[in-house]
Design a protein around this ligand. Structure first.
Ligand SMILES: [Fe+2]
Ligand SMILES: [Fe+2]
Length: 268
């Protein structure tokens, strides 16, 4: 028991070492005014900033579930929420510096527009998590890992294809933190899934029925299609991202036959 507690403390400490917020004040913000930032770039950044800006509400909903019975999850959620907040601040600063207007009220307005279906799902999550806490935790962790993997690859893609050196550097820095989030979710998901075949079956079934890429629901499906088309402009890049996401999921226990991204991408 003592060893387990010590191990847990070490794990917490190791990711608390990575708990710094994103640094972006040192970027050459003056330069942005001379750069040509297209409306498509702004569309992509707005989509990402919207997701980042909802983290607080998402974390608040999670706090009503049994996921936070684990001290490790509580500690991670605190760091994660803090870091994601600064991702949205940095992206919005970039948009403002490029001459676009960004409303301070946008996150709340988006939250209020959340569909009734999503609200019902939130309520169902609370009940489900109390009845089957381990299954719920495994689903939450797996879903989180997929979201973070998509975010990480999305930011890297922006960094690689933008003509703005400032945006490229900013997105590389954000992607680094998304990689840390991904690593945490993925490791914890693996731990939970390893414990039980019934949990594996449940997670595979639930994801196959209700999973959508991060941001869908908050933003429309057609917005996601536009984002996907802008970020992954040719069929080779589309194939790469689909293969990356699906093969990452396949390595988790019991999820070897789950082709979430390729199925979703075909539907669209
Ligand atoms: Fe983020
Ligand atoms: Fe993240």
């Amino acid at each position: 028991m003592e060893v387990l507690e010590q191990q847990q403390t070490e794990n917490e400490n190791s990711y608390l070492k990575k708990s710094d917020r994103l640094k972006f004040e040192d970027l050459d913000w003056e330069k942005i005014r001379d750069e040509k930032i297209s409306d498509d770039d702004i569309f992509v950044l707005t989509y990402f900033a919207d997701i980042e800006g909802q983290t607080f509400f998402y974390a608040r909903d999670l706090m009503n579930t049994s996921s936070v019975d684990s001290s490790e999850v509580r500690a991670f959620l605190t760091v994660w929420n803090y870091q994601e907040y600064f991702h949205s601040v940095a992206l919005r600063r970039f948009m403002r510096e490029s001459g676009r207007e960004v409303s301070e009220e946008r996150d709340q307005a988006l939250r209020e527009r959340t569909s009734l279906r999503d609200r019902l799902t939130d309520g169902a999550s609370i009940v489900f998590s109390k009845l089957w806490p381990r299954k719920y935790l495994a689903l939450y962790l797996t879903w989180g890992a997929i979201n973070e993997a998509i975010a990480m690859r999305g930011y890297l893609q922006i960094a690689n294809q933008t003509s703005s050196p400032v945006l490229s550097e900013l997105c590389r820095r954000i992607a680094k933190q998304e990689a840390f989030h991904f690593g945490w979710y993925y490791t914890k998901a693996k731990d939970q899934l390893t414990k039980s075949k019934a949990t594996q079956k449940f997670v595979a079934y639930a994801l196959s029925k209700i999973w959508t890429p991060v941001g869908v629901g908050l933003r429309s499906r057609s917005d996601f299609e536009r984002l996907y088309g802008l970020l992954f402009q040719d069929s080779q890049r589309k194939r790469e991202i689909i293969t990356f996401i699906d093969s990452t999921i396949h390595q988790l226990p019991g999820l070897a036959n789950l082709n979430l991204f390729s199925t979703y991408a075909r539907l669209n």
